[in-house]
Design a protein. Structure first.
Length: 473
């Protein structure tokens, strides 16, 4: 029943539209897919000096709106989609994963805006987010992000590479937003001409991406791969065709979602084109009792390493080497050796780097005598992220003077690849080591999906025989 409060009425109506959309289009029963009651607070003010509050947010249990903010249907749907994301991919609100979090809220916020009977849906405001906000108007334009000074592609000079706004989550969302708008309506941009596949098909693909393929630390490259895979999965359903998936890829390529932002190196492919990895060791870090790693507090100070949840490239967990504001020298070490085949091998791992640049840092090391002594493995890095700084010798960091991973941020997860040819035929184990000083702390080092492998050549059977023959005791 309508109340005398227009904001309360709008919050009720538009959250209902959002519930109905996810149920009818995607079979999802509320944000948790278990029928959770939708609650909203309107006319919110965090403090008397911050009133009226010019914003809205999902607080983990309900939607909260400053005065007038619930009256824009795409804003209501945007906030409730943050709840859906929390219960699916749970994208960390930081850097590229945070931009994807914001983008999914814009994607479904605008999809619901264009699908329901409320709000302004004229051609002039199509793809604008928040056009019905009283006295404020639109905040973003998905088809033309530059209209609000947001980046329209990864190489756009407007792309935020700093810590501002959690790494530009509201601005950098313009890139996947633009891809979605191109997928739906089509258009020509950046050398690509896209034939739109329509709102329902594009939304179905994106719901599958959110619900099946992304995790807390996913980045733009993960999104690029996931959207294409989700489209392939849906061929033959909801009218989606192989040709549609070709247009989806064009939209992703138009905004450069497969490229690295902020001057980072491109993430390396595991193997050259035409070859496949034969895994010798792999740990996605999801099993904390796997006994594949052990903490070594080398210096006796702060022990940096723990398993962390909420920022993982895959699954839920990663290894986290804290950058504490205390002296410490510790490593997380493999507990057993891997025999590198005589034909050689590779190692690749995903990681996010956020140290106090030039003072704190991390290194990767290897041992060929079961951990009795260790050698720096930095010289084996051939692709992806490499050591960035020589750590200052003016403080008490135990790794002072060593070349290390130490840039302030990598704008989300990236990867490093090592060539293990020089270790061929040897039994090897690796460790990740962090050294810190007592001055300034930072995010630290997150590591996920550690893989040691060979690339499959013409005769993959011969490679397997070679490995197992050398692995015999």
């Amino acid at each position: 029943m309508p109340t005398g409060d227009l904001d309360a009425n709008a919050a009720y109506d538009f959250s209902g539209d959002t519930y109905d959309y996810f149920l009818n289009q995607h079979g999802r029963d509320s944000y948790n897919d278990a029928g959770a009651v939708l609650r909203s607070t309107v006319d919110f003010c965090p403090a008397i000096f911050d009133c009226p509050y010019v914003n809205a947010f999902w607080n983990g249990t309900q939607m909260v709106y400053g005065a007038g903010f619930s009256r824009a249907d795409d804003v209501d749907a945007h906030e409730l989609t943050h709840a859906v994301t929390e219960y699916t991919a749970d994208l960390l609100y930081f850097m590229q994963s945070g931009a994807l979090n914001e983008s999914f809220s814009d994607i479904f916020g605008e999809t619901i805006d264009l699908s329901n009977s409320g709000g302004t849906d004229t051609l002039a405001v199509r793809w604008q987010m928040g056009e019905d906000l009283p006295g404020i108007g639109a905040l973003r334009n998905m088809l033309n992000p530059n209209a609000f000074n947001d980046p329209a592609k990864v190489s756009d000079t407007r792309f935020v590479c700093s810590f501002s706004d959690n790494g530009g989550v509201h601005s950098n969302s313009g890139v996947p937003n633009h891809a979605y708008a191109l997928m739906v309506d089509g258009g020509s941009y950046n050398g690509q001409t896209v034939n739109g596949i329509g709102l329902d098909k594009a939304a179905a693909v994106h719901y599958r991406v959110l619900n099946h393929y992304l995790s807390s630390g996913s980045n733009f490259l993960d999104y690029y791969d996931a959207v294409q895979q989700a489209c392939q999965d849906l061929i033959g359903t909801q009218g989606i065709t192989t040709a549609n998936c070709g247009e989806v890829k064009k939209a992703l390529d138009a905004v450069e979602l497969s490229t690295s932002p902020c001057g980072q190196p491109q993430e390396p492919d595991l193997c050259p084109v035409g070859q496949n990895p034969i895994t010798l060791f792999f740990d996605d870090l999801e099993n904390t009792s796997s006994r594949q790693w052990v903490l070594n507090n080398i210096g006796g100070g702060v022990a940096h390493w723990t398993y962390a949840s909420g920022f993982a490239r895959s699954g839920q967990l990663s290894l986290w080497g804290h950058d504490d504001d205390a002296v410490g020298d510790s490593a997380i070490e493999m507990t057993s050796d891997i025999i590198i085949p005589v034909a050689g091998g590779r190692m690749q791992f995903n990681h996010y780097i956020g140290f106090e640049a030039g003072y704190d840092g991390g290194v990767i090391e290897y041992s060929t005598n079961s951990g009795a002594s260790w050698n720096d493995a930095g010289g084996l890095i051939t692709a992806g992220l490499d050591y960035s700084d020589t750590l200052s010798t003016t403080d008490s960091n135990p790794l002072a003077g060593r070349l290390a991973f130490s840039q302030l941020t990598t704008n989300g997860y990236n990867a490093s690849q090592l060539d293990l040819t020089s270790l061929a035929g040897q039994s090897v184990r690796f460790r990740f080591r962090v050294g810190t000083d007592p001055a300034v702390g930072a995010d630290g080092w997150f590591i996920d999906d550690v893989r040691i492998y060979q690339c499959q050549g013409v005769n993959s059977e011969a490679l397997l025989i070679d490995y197992f023959e050398n692995a015999k005791p």
